[in-house]
Write a protein that binds this ligand. Structure first.
Ligand code: 8OZ
Length: 373
């Protein structure tokens, strides 16, 4: 089977193959500023034949309030837009395509990372049982998240506006589009799932109410830059960052049905537990991803369907034969800039070094070997 190495038109994204570089947090952007090391890292993975058909950047904060980890990049200021430009230019010069992942962490943050040392914001004042990464004296340290405060109803249009500004900035910075981060227990996921959303207004309670903020954000981002440049990442059953909902099938079926009319470029699903078991599930029944896709297609949704989590070549081939359009690889892309070539030729993969995942410099970032000739 060769489908993995064939081109795909996903909305306005013309992709040279179906191997996608998944978003990967690397904590190498001090001061939330993109930099030259990142240009090297991404362009190493941008070759249209041997690298990713699409690169999704590491999660990137839409506002200072949206930050929850040390040394992750942002895209809220003009200086950040200017600093992203050399990165998108080097990826394009290498023949690749790149979208930026737009991120608001919500309650997964720490007062040390928030403007004025304030409490992080969330749908409800419920502390996440999870850790964040603070880098002190160059050493990554896992620390408990801080207690959040509940966002006021009047603040929500401002959150939507921050996503809209980030999308506008992304295009100004030369990105081919954006991916909204709706997964892994961050702000939009916190609103969707009842474990973290105890609101009693129009953004809490029913499934339709809990999905409302995500749908408003997607609408705003699409209005701003055109839906054909917009993707969305979801993780229906992950427990990451204390995410929980008792009825994920009903919740995410509603979500994709709401998004069907938008004509998005792609929908991106983490299957099972993020970075963990693919068969992990939560709630009232095992999650049925095929039924989710069928519900989306039945509602008229035409976005490319991207799958992720612990894929290898044979699992990817099966997924494509069963109707997926794109397969995103995370950790394999950390250690293999030429992952697509290695998958095509069946060459052994370099193993990623966990000690250099978060923070640091060139080591474990831009020094993984590629196959020669
Ligand atoms: C690993 C470490 C920090 C953040 C995600 C953005 O899980 C992340 C993340 C992953 O989506």
């Amino acid at each position: 089977m060769t489908q993995l190495f064939e081109p795909l038109q996903a909305g306005q994204l013309s992709l040279s193959n179906r191997v996608v570089m998944a978003p990967l947090t690397r904590n190498r952007a001090p001061g939330a500023m993109p930099n030259a090391l990142m240009a090297t890292y991404y362009s190493q993975r941008a070759n249209p034949k041997d690298g990713a058909g699409l690169i999704i950047t590491e999660a990137t904060a839409i506002s200072h309030q949206g930050q929850g980890y040390s040394d992750v990049p942002g895209i809220w200021s003009d200086a950040q837009v200017a600093a992203w430009k050399p990165i998108t230019e080097s990826v394009h010069a290498a023949g690749g395509k790149i979208v930026v992942q737009l991120w608001h962490v919500g309650r997964v943050s720490h007062v040390d990372l928030q403007p004025g040392g304030q409490a992080p914001v969330a749908p409800s004042a419920l502390t996440a049982k999870t850790k964040t990464v603070l880098i002190k004296d160059g050493v990554p340290q896992f620390q408990d998240t801080s207690a959040p405060r509940a966002l006021e109803l009047e603040e929500l249009p401002g959150i939507v506006a921050d996503y809209r500004r980030a999308a506008r900035n992304a295009i100004a910075a030369g990105f081919d589009g954006v991916e909204v981060h709706g997964a892994n227990g961050y702000l939009l996921d916190q609103f969707m799932r009842s474990g973290s959303n105890h609101r009693t207004d129009a953004y809490g309670g029913s499934i339709a109410n809990r999905a409302r903020l995500l749908v408003e954000v997607m609408q705003a981002v699409c209005d701003e830059i055109g839906a054909g440049k917009v993707g969305l990442r979801l993780s229906p059953v992950t427990p990451a960052n204390d995410a929980f909902d008792p009825q994920p099938q009903a919740l995410f079926t509603h979500v994709v049905q709401q998004l069907a009319p938008l004509k998005l470029a792609y929908l991106h699903f983490i299957e099972g537990s993020t970075g963990g078991p693919r068969d992990f599930t939560q709630g009232d029944a095992p999650f049925d991803y095929a039924a989710l896709r069928a519900a989306y297609r039945a509602a008229g949704g035409q976005a490319a369907w991207m799958v992720n989590n612990a894929y290898d070549r044979s699992l990817a081939d099966v997924a494509l034969s069963e109707g997926a359009d794109l397969v995103a690889f995370g950790r394999p892309f950390i250690a293999n800039p030429d992952l697509t070539r290695r998958l095509r030729e069946g060459t052994p993969l370099n193993a990623p070094d966990r000690a250099t995942f978060y923070g640091g410099g060139a080591k474990g970032y831009i020094d993984y070997p590629i196959l020669l000739n």
